[in-house]
Design a protein around this ligand. Structure first.
Ligand SMILES: O=P(O)(O)OC[C@H]1O[C@H](O[C@H]2O[C@H](CO)[C@@H](O)[C@H](O)[C@H]2O)[C@H](O)[C@@H](O)[C@@H]1O
Length: 436
């Protein structure tokens, strides 16, 4: 396993033409190995030291630390951005809304005049057509293949909410996912701890990969170089299951880091530290973005605390999500590797016979989109209400469209009982049916 010691944030989103207020924009530069494509395959982005940061923005973020400002700027790029015209200046609210609507419809149309035009707020846009509108075409590709479904949790199966402990999925979504799992091998791949995401989903029919894929429960036999290690157990059929945890030796370190951050965050209103086993998540969503007369704590000082802790742990790295910074082991393992691992473990790696479908909303899902793109035949679907730079080929707006898509997939499967999809592989079993 290759190790990385990397305290630069990975996957900031120099997204589209937009920059956000508050923290500096255009302060990121992509390293030479990655500049040709975004998101880059090696994911080592560096922050430019040369671009001056306006003092007003430094004040607003209440930090002068350029590295921290870079993190915050990249984190903000994950959220719906404000629209700035190329002529300079932020558009007024009505123009912003119009720009957002025009841009989004261009982004997810299968073809659109804006795609070929450079207009003042949309430079050029790649298409990520709606997976619902393209459904029939997609299913032509699926003919005769075993579909495997991979689902992210937050923002995909459950709507994004202020309190991460209350990110419930609806009963209808649960019933839909359950139906999906009766027809297709299905796995949930989440940044959350595996047990936590299972508590939300409560379905025994699925595979679960928590901590951004660093905590997988699956078949024990291992395959293609992945030696199955870890705690073993038996499922109901007597199949041996294994917990695959490539970062297991980091657990004491993650406990330590979580404790340190909890101590630091307790005096910061709105800050929340979430222990996701092999990943510690620092939530900014309920922290004031800028300092005010009454709030002396804001994003800048919280991020500075994160930096202080991170500096003492060279074996860990920082990643970004939707209003979260995350600290995780600097190992070469991510959601993309987890997808590959699961496909291999399930004997479903055959590119010609198997069609993986991955739905996710976050920067961390880009690793899975990239892995599937590398594989060739797969459907990668970004869930987003705004136009974003992504490796996904298709898009869906929100969890409600995700549910419609999954229901449509189930109905399609029911209408094609013989001609499509192989019978379930004997090795396909539910690890959560095991008495653990
Ligand atoms: O991989 P995922 O299943 O998408 O998990 C990614 C992170 O999701 C959660 O945070 C996000 O959702 C919260 C609830 O809606 C929201 O409050 C937060 O701002 C979002 O970033 C989860 O709490 C994190 O631990 C996951 O890493």
């Amino acid at each position: 396993m290759a190790w990385r010691s990397n305290h630069q944030a990975v996957y900031p989103d120099p997204s589209l033409p937009f920059s956000s207020p508050g923290c500096p924009s255009a302060s990121l530069s992509i390293s030479s190995t990655t500049a040709s494509s975004y998101p880059p395959s090696s994911r080592t982005l560096t922050f430019s030291k040369s671009i001056p940061i306006p003092s007003k923005k430094i004040e607003a973020c209440n930090t002068q630390n350029k590295e921290v400002l870079g993190w915050l700027d990249a984190m903000k790029a994950q959220s719906p951005p404000r629209f700035e015209s190329y002529m300079g200046g932020v558009l007024d609210p009505k123009a912003q809304e119009a720009a957002a609507v025009a841009q989004y419809s261009a982004w997810r149309a299968s073809s659109h005049p804006l795609c070929d035009l450079h207009v003042y707020f949309v430079p050029k846009i790649e298409n990520h057509p709606s997976a619902l509108e393209m459904f029939d075409e997609l299913m032509e590709e699926a003919a005769g293949k075993q579909i495997v479904v991979f689902l992210d949790y937050d923002g995909t199966l459950s709507p994004i909410v202020e309190d991460p402990d209350r990110a419930y999925m609806s009963d209808l979504m649960r019933a839909t996912v359950k139906e999906v799992a009766t027809h297709f091998p299905t796995a949930i791949i989440s940044g959350r701890g595996r047990e936590k995401v299972y508590d939300f989903v409560q379905l025994a029919e699925l595979y679960y990969a928590g901590s951004h894929g660093m905590d997988i429960m699956g078949p024990a036999e291992g395959c293609n170089g992945f030696k199955a290690t870890g705690t073993r157990a038996k499922d109901k059929k007597g199949n041996e299951v294994v917990f695959f945890q490539p970062a297991s030796k980091f657990l004491p370190m993650m406990d330590e880091v979580c404790k340190l951050l909890e101590d630091k965050a307790q005096s910061i209103p709105g800050a929340k530290i979430e222990h996701n086993k092999y990943c510690v998540t620092i939530h900014f969503r309920r922290v004031k973005e800028e300092m005010s007369m009454t709030d002396h704590w804001c994003w800048g000082p919280l991020a500075e605390q994160v930096e202080i802790v991170l500096k003492s742990y060279p074996e860990l790295q920082l990643t970004l999500g939707r209003k979260v910074l995350e600290i995780r082991p600097a190992i070469e393992w991510d959601k993309g590797k987890a997808v590959e691992f699961l496909l291999k473990s399930l004997g479903l790696e055959d590119v010609d016979d198997v069609l993986p479908v991955y739905l996710g909303d976050d920067r961390t899902d880009e690793d899975a989109f990239m892995a599937l793109n590398d594989r060739g035949k797969a459907f990668s679907i970004l869930v987003s209400t705004v136009a974003k730079s992504t490796n996904a080929l298709y898009s869906l707006r929100d969890p409600s469209e995700v549910m419609t898509f999954l229901q449509t997939l189930v109905r399609w499967r029911e209408g094609h009982p013989q001609s499509l999809c192989k019978p379930a592989d004997e090795r396909w079993f539910s690890p959560y049916g095991a008495s653990l």
